[in-house]
Each structure stands twice: as structure tokens, then as C-alpha cells.
Ligand binder design. Structure first.
Ligand code: ATP
Ligand code: MG
Ligand code: MG
Length: 547
């Protein structure tokens, strides 16, 4: 078996294990519950859970819920469902908000060590006093407060005695550090806001830099993996652990994975939802896990995608074709083959005499255990309107007057007569069939080049088909000139009403995957009712975007 090379994080973990630094590892996935998970998060999930699965230990699901204004319980539930659906099991379900009391105690420890102070400056003043990367900053008078004064003020902040923005707690680190984040970063801010879990208990909330590393440490996370924008925060992360003398978690960074023709920012995705460009977070055009699921993507194909794109140190925009490729790869193996005619044209087999018959067709030629299904055949059928051409060129292998084609898993037919209405529109084809040409037992000796999908007029039934395409017309809408909403693909949803489906599809279930022959991969939309089945196109059979 080919040994896959390690990614840089696996190398770090293996070196740590080899050095005896740890026996097993702990990682965490730390979503902020302010939106649904997207395909970028899937990379982080596969990475974090993948490491602990490979090296032993576990991965905590930690909700990074320190910003009460944007967070909601709906998102917590959505995130849990999506991770489970992707196929991962967390060791513990945890909330940064559960640590508020402990974090407060850590802040008190810092104050007592003279390493934190309450500052009354406005955020503009603080920014101004920080200086510039080439100019050192300077502390203001508040930095001279005594430990007793700071302890008393910080408690008063906690007790809700001040308005939002009136005071902050800052770490006393280094106002001339070349790393601007080290210049006395804010640790706590006042916010009189209702929190989805702690209610109105708190009127101060810890900043990311204070909450994240300390939460990692409380949980004994060995490898805390975040994205590159946190590189400059690592210094604060280590400083706090050192000063507080707590469990030394370590932060590592990898580059964000972004996908072309879509967005991977929860804020922008939320805007698509609230401004109704899409039907919701789970609109099948959304790059959210919920949207991809509804679209028919499988967990396997998303994990395969994350594995293929790997982890690296440089940001990159992955072509949407890679994700679509992964979907085709998996769906080809598992999808049940079915026949659906999108734009029906009636075919009458004039020499067919019986009442009808049952034929058999394989569920999946890629799957030896896939079995077969019954499909009924009779005198009246439907084929696809654009599988017929009245004045066909010589190399046309579909149906044309006088020409022969095979109907999939059935017989060879020949078109004898074209019937039109008063406006000249073709309404019916009269054909004859060759009784000795039945699939699997063909003795007719006739060679045809085309095979068409079809349905039996007697038992087919109408369904709605939703054909999806990319949501944006440009590769990187998030960074394109102007507003990303300027680049929405107006053709990203095409609805086919009254497509005709073969009988077997009546039993379709939401978690099943289908290949509609010659059409693409489809899945049942959960909004379907027994009277109206709706099918979402996951992907086309081939990459129509390839140059
Ligand atoms: P957003 O900009 O969408 O809000 P975020 O990073 O603020 O993204 P979080 O909920 O904090 O969202 O993300 C949870 C974890 O997923 C973090 O560790 C984050 O680094 C990671 N993550 C988010 N987006 C991506 C991405 N595009 N590629 C890889 N990892 C990501
Ligand atoms: Mg975040
Ligand atoms: Mg965010």
C-alpha cells in the first residue's frame, strides 16, 4: 500500500509523540455559534478530528460563545447536527461560556500580579495610544492604578455598575512590542447583553485572546489549530499561559480553505439569507454543510474533498470543480440508476400487441450487489423531446425518421411517422419495435449507436426537478470589486415542472442518491410531499465548466 506523506501538522504531532511530550493528543473544533458551518469549516473539522482519530486522544466540540450579540441556540443545534452528519464524534460538548467564572478568576490573578489594569479610555484613544508598527505606543494614566483599585473597579464592572464602553480590562504587556497585539491587549469589555446560555448573569465578556487560549488550557488541549490570521495572536496566547502558570496548550496555524464561485464567510452567508437571495441556510446552492446535504452531497465526498485539498500554510481558492469531482466519484459508486424524462415526447409502439410487460434494469452497474429493479414497458412511452430530430445529420445517433435506437433495458425501436398539431409542433412519434431485440437476449442482429432513457406512459408520474448551478458568476465574489451580491448567478436555479419519472422513484427517500440516466445525480428534497416529489440536482454527469 502506498504510504501517504504527512501534512505539516501530522509531522508536528508525530514529533511530539516521539519526544514523549504526550501519550495521546487532544484537539478541539471551536465554532462560534453565529451561523451554520460551511465547507471551509469542514476542512478544520476533518483536520482536528482526523488528527485525534489517527493519533489517539479526542477532539472537543467547544462553542466559542463569548460574543452574546450574534449567537443563537439554533446555530448550536445546526452545528452539532452537521458535525455528526460529516461522521465525527466529539469527546466532549463544551462552551466557553461555562468558563466565565474561571476566566474571571484568571483575570483577577493577573490584576493581583500587576499584569492587568482597568482602563477608562475610549476605543479611539486606546487605538491612538497603541502607536504604529514603527512607533512605540505609550500607556495612559489609568495604567498607574493600584492593584486594589483595579480589583475593585473590575468587580464593579462585573456587577454592572458601568455602561457599555465605559471601561475595559487590559493586560500589561509591552507597549513597544513590534507585535501590535502585545501592546496591552484588551481582555474584557462591558456589554449589557443577553447571552443565549448565561442569560443576564454577566455584563462583562472576555475577548477572544483571553477566552480562547485559557479555554484550551482548561481542557488540556495539546494542539490548538487555528487559521493563519491568528499567527500574531500566538504571542499573547503563550504570554497568558505563562503568566497564569496553567496547562501549556500550543497554538498552530494553517491556511484557510476557500472555494471558488461561493463565499466562506458566515457574515456574508447570513446576508444572503436575510436579504433572501437564497431560501435559507440550507438552500442547496449554499456552501454550508446543511446546503450541501440538501443538495445531495454525501459526507464521504466532503471528507474526500478535504483530504484531497489537504492542509497548507498559504491561503488558496479551491476550484469548485474539485468538490464536484469528489461528489461524482462517490455518487457514481452508490447512486441508484433511474429514468426521468424532463421534456416528454410521446412514442406509440404501433406493433406492440400485449398488455405490457415487466423488464429488469440494473440499479447500479458499478455495484455488483446493487441488484435490479422492475420497469414496466407498454405500447405508449415517453422519450426526451430533444432526443428526436426531424432533419437529422448523418452522425445523429438518437431518434430520427427511419432511424433506430435502443430504449434502455428494453427494445430497439424505429421511428416510422411524425405526428404534428395544427401549429406544426411534434406531438407524437409512431414507432415500431423489434420483438427479438430485448436487452440481454437480443437476437435481432441490429446494431444501433444510441441508447435513450424513457418512461412508460401508463405508470410514470410527474415530479419537479430543481437544477442548480453555481451561485456566483465570478471565482472570488468575496474579493471582487463592488458588492458580492452584484455577482449572483441569476440562472443558479432552473425549475423543471412536470418531468416524468419511472414508477420506482415513488419510493424515493431523502437520504437516497440517484443517477437519472443521462441527466446527472439527484436526491429527494425534504420539502417533497407524497403528491409532489421534488428532486435536487447534486451535480451534472460531467464537468460542464471545464475548459
Ligand atoms: P467566519 O468568517 O465564517 O465567521 P470563523 O473562523 O470566524 O469564520 P468560527 O466559527 O470561529 O468561524 O470557525 C471555527 C473554526 O473553523 C475555526 O478554528 C476556524 O479557524 C475554522 N475555519 C473557519 N473558516 C475556515 C476556512 N475557510 N478554512 C479552514 N478553516 C476554517
Ligand atoms: Mg472565530
Ligand atoms: Mg467569524
Amino acid at each position: 500500500e502506498e504510504k501517504k506523506s504527512l501534512n505539516f501538522l501530522e509531522e508536528i504531532v508525530e514529533a511530539d509523540l516521539a519526544a514523549g511530550k504526550y501519550k495521546t493528543i487532544m484537539t478541539r473544533f471551536p465554532p462560534e455559534p453565529n451561523g451554520y458551518l460551511h465547507i471551509g469549516h469542514a476542512s478544520s473539522i476533518c483536520l482536528n478530528f482526523g488528527l485525534s482519530l489517527k493519533y489517539g486522544g479526542g477532539t472537543n466540540l467547544r462553542f466559542d460563545d463569548t460574543n452574546p450579540v450574534t449567537e443563537e441556540t439554533e446555530y448550536v443545534e445546526g452545528i452539532k447536527k452537521d458535525i455528526q452528519w460529516l461522521g465525527f464524534e466529539w469527546a466532549n460538548e463544551l462552551y466557553a461560556s461555562d468558563y466565565f467564572e474561571q476566566l474571571y478568576a484568571y483575570a483577577v490573578t493577573l490584576i493581583k500580579k500587576g499584569l492587568a489594569y482597568v482602563d477608562d479610555s475610549t476605543s479611539e484613544e486606546i487605538a491612538e495610544q497603541k502607536g504604529t508598527p514603527t512607533q512605540p505606543g505609550r500607556r495612559n494614566v489609568y495604567a498607574d492604578r493600584t492593584v486594589e483599585e483595579n480589583l475593585q473597579l473590575f468587580e464593579a464592572m462585573r456587577n454592572g455598575e458601568y455602561q457599555d464602553g465605559e471601561k475595559v480590562l487590559r493586560a500589561r504587556i509591552d507597549m513597544s512590542s513590534p507585535n501590535m497585539i502585545m501592546r496591552d491587549p484588551i481582555l474584557y469589555r462591558i456589554k449589557h447583553a443577553h447571552h443565549h446560555r448565561t442569560g443576564d448573569q454577566w455584563s462583562i465578556y472576555p475577548m477572544y485572546d483571553f477566552a480562547h487560549g485559557q479555554s484550551d488550557s482548561i481542557e488540556h488541549i495539546t494542539h490548538s489549530i487555528c487559521t493563519m490570521e491568528f499567527v500574531p495572536h500566538r504571542e499573547v496566547y503563550n504570554w497568558l499561559i505563562e503568566q497564569l502558570e496553567i496547562y501549556p496548550s500550543r497554538q498552530y496555524e494553517f491556511a484557510r480553505r476557500n472555494l471558488s464561485h461561493t463565499l466562506t464567510s458566515k457574515r456574508k452567508l447570513l446576508q444572503l439569507v436575510t436579504e433572501k437571495y437564497v431560501s435559507g441556510w440550507d438552500d442547496p446552492r449554499m456552501p454550508t454543510i446543511a446546503g450541501l446535504r440538501r443538495r445531495g452531497y454525501t459526507p464521504e465526498s466532503i471528507r474526500d474533498y478535504c483530504e484531497r485539498i489537504g492542509v497548507g500554510k498559504r491561503d488558496n481558492l479551491i476550484d469548485a470543480g474539485v468538490l464536484e469531482f469528489c461528489a461524482r466519484e462517490h455518487l457514481n459508486k452508490i447512486a441508484l440508476r433511474r429514468m426521468v424524462v424532463f421534456d416528454p415526447l410521446k412514442v406509440v409502439i404501433t406493433n406492440y400487441e400485449g398488455e405490457g410487460e415487466w423488464l429488469h434494469s440494473e440499479n447500479n452497474p458499478e455495484d455488483p450487489d446493487g441488484g435490479t429493479r422492475n420497469i414496466s414497458f407498454s405500447r405508449e412511452l415517453f422519450i426526451e423531446r430533444d432526443d428526436f430530430m426531424e432533419d437529422a445529420p448523418k452522425k445523429y445517433f438518437r431518434l430520427a425518421p427511419g432511424k433506430q435506437v435502443r430504449l434502455k433495458s428494453a427494445y430497439i425501436i424505429q421511428c416510422d411517422e411524425v405526428i404534428k398539431d395544427a401549429d406544426g409542433r411534434i406531438t407524437q412519434l409512431n414507432c415500431s419495435y423489434f420483438p427479438n431485440s430485448k436487452s440481454g437476449e437480443d437476437t435481432s442482429g441490429i446494431h444501433v449507436k444510441g441508447t435513450l432513457h424513457w418512461v412508460n406512459a401508463r405508470d410514470c408520474f410527474p415530479v419537479q426537478v430543481r437544477e442548480y448551478d453555481r451561485l456566483f458568476t465570478v471565482e472570488d465574489p468575496g474579493n471582487a470589486e463592488g458588492n458580492f451580491t452584484d455577482y449572483i448567478n441569476g440562472q443558479s436555479l432552473q425549475v423543471v415542472e412536470n418531468a416524468l419519472a419511472e414508477l420506482a422513484l415513488k419510493e424515493a427517500m431523502v437520504n437516497e442518491r440517484f443517477q437519472f440516466l443521462r441527466k446527472g445525480y439527484f436526491t429527494l428534497d425534504p420539502d417533497s410531499t407524497p403528491e409532489q416529489l421534488i428532486f435536487n440536482r447534486t451535480v451534472t454527469l460531467k464537468d460542464s465548466w471545464a475548459k
